[in-house]
Design a protein around this ligand. Structure first.
Ligand SMILES: Cc1cc2nc3c(=O)[nH]c(=O)nc-3n(C[C@H](O)[C@H](O)[C@H](O)COP(=O)(O)OP(=O)(O)OC[C@H]3O[C@@H](n4cnc5c(N)ncnc54)[C@H](O)[C@@H]3O)c2cc1C
Length: 352
């Protein structure tokens, strides 16, 4: 096979690998991406929500202003280049599950600068079960599967995609970088989701992968409520075609991509507890989120092998964090600009 010399060898073509590859090319750097889609479908089934407030404790996105700006810029650039829509703002409604949660919100709001503008919505429609009220704000939806499909096609057309399983035994490190089969590169960057734990260098990475299941349903209503992204324990995400996505479950026990009927029943029951209307199940997906133990992205180089870098740990927030992290990673590897502590691998002592 003809030898290829490039700047970056990327392993994994989910959202992280594809966003990283595109950002490298935008900045005039070369790359080859090696991916088989068979080992993880997290990006292909992702709900793609960018939610500025998540979890029971109303956790904000880290560095939210810069993270959301980077995401807006990135997806707008893609939309302009490919004349396709990938990104849309969503009007979000988070309903409090009980009085304690409502109280916690007001405490958080008083102490978190970015929440100052978040207020109770002017009205919450009567069709929703919402005895404790809620807050309204703007979230965003990214069609992650469409982004990945489009970028993989673009990589393929530009001869930057090798559709193959990456096998560690064929990788060697050299004085100028790394060599893998016919490819030599200055850096190798692993973007292979939770299966990075199978790599000998990274098997102890502090990941806590979480299986998630997600439904696509047809809701039997013409109700205007379906225009909003609603959260109360589960989320109900309206899609442009009128269908609704309902999700997502979390499980840390069985890390596989098999949808389970009990989880579907459970998600529908939770959704109907918020919005009591008939829902017909059309599609049921499962995948494994590459979540870090502290739920933040992980960027950096291996302490014993600095030619091997990692861009991982996107958990349930890949749609928001990947554009910002791709930029930060390139600055770090090309100019030595330090990574912010919240997303740096070195936030763990053992990885310094
Ligand atoms: C049910 C569910 C709902 C979600 N909802 C949201 C959401 O609303 N918003 C959000 O931001 N995020 C959401 N996520 C999370 C989001 O999907 C992830 O953050 C993101 O997809 C991670 O992308 P990644 O590229 O790091 O990993 P992955 O998508 O896992 O991609 C890794 C790629 O590398 C390939 N690969 C692995 N090993 C090898 C190898 N040895 N050789 C070649 N290729 C390899 C895999 O096959 C895959 O193609 C959700 C996830 C799930 C499961």
């Amino acid at each position: 096979m003809k030898k290829i010399s490039t700047d970056y060898l990327i392993i994994g073509g989910g959202l992280a690998g594809c966003v990283f590859a595109y950002t490298l090319r935008q900045r005039g750097l070369g790359c080859i991406l090696v991916d088989t889609p068979l080992l993880s479908n997290a990006s292909r089934i992702s709900a793609g929500i960018i939610n500025p407030i998540s979890g029971k404790r109303f956790s904000p996105l880290w560095d939210s202003h810069n993270v959301v700006s980077a995401a807006e810029r990135f997806y707008a650039t893609l939309e302009a280049q490919f004349s396709e829509q990938f990104f849309r703002p969503l009007s979000a409604l988070r309903l409090f599950t009980d009085a304690d949660e409502r109280e916690l919100w007001f405490t958080k709001r008083a102490s978190t600068l970015t929440f100052a503008g978040y207020v109770p919505p002017e009205r919450i429609d009567a069709g929703l079960r919402q005895e404790f009220g809620g807050i309204g704000y703007t979230a965003w939806h990214v069609d992650v599967a469409a982004v990945v499909t489009r970028l993989r096609r673009w990589l393929s057309v530009n001869a930057l995609l090798v559709e193959d399983l990456f096998e560690e035994q064929y990788l060697t490190y050299t004085s100028t970088g790394a060599e893998y089969k016919h490819i030599s590169a200055r850096h190798i960057v692993l973007c292979n989701g939770w299966t990075v734990l199978q790599n000998s260098l990274w098997k102890d990475l502090p990941l806590s992968p979480a299986k998630g299941e997600l439904l696509t349903v047809q809701a039997d209503t013409q109700d205007a409520l379906l225009r909003d992204f609603i959260i109360k324990g589960v989320f109900l995400l309206p899609l442009p075609d009128g269908l609704l996505r309902v999700g997502a479950s979390y499980s840390w026990d069985e890390l596989d991509e098999t949808p389970t009927p009990e989880t579907a029943e459970n998600l529908i029951a939770k959704a109907q507890a918020v919005f009591p209307i008939p829902m017909r199940l059309l599609r049921h997906d499962a995948g494994v989120r590459p979540a870090a133990q502290d739920s933040k992205p992980i960027l950096g180089v291996h302490p014993l092998e600095p030619r091997c870098a990692i861009m991982n740990g996107f958990g349930s927030k890949g749609a928001a964090y990947t554009p910002f992290c791709a930029e930060a990673m390139i600055d770090f590897l090309e100019t030595g600009a330090p990574l912010a502590n919240w997303c740096a691998l070195t936030r763990w002592k053992a990885w310094r």
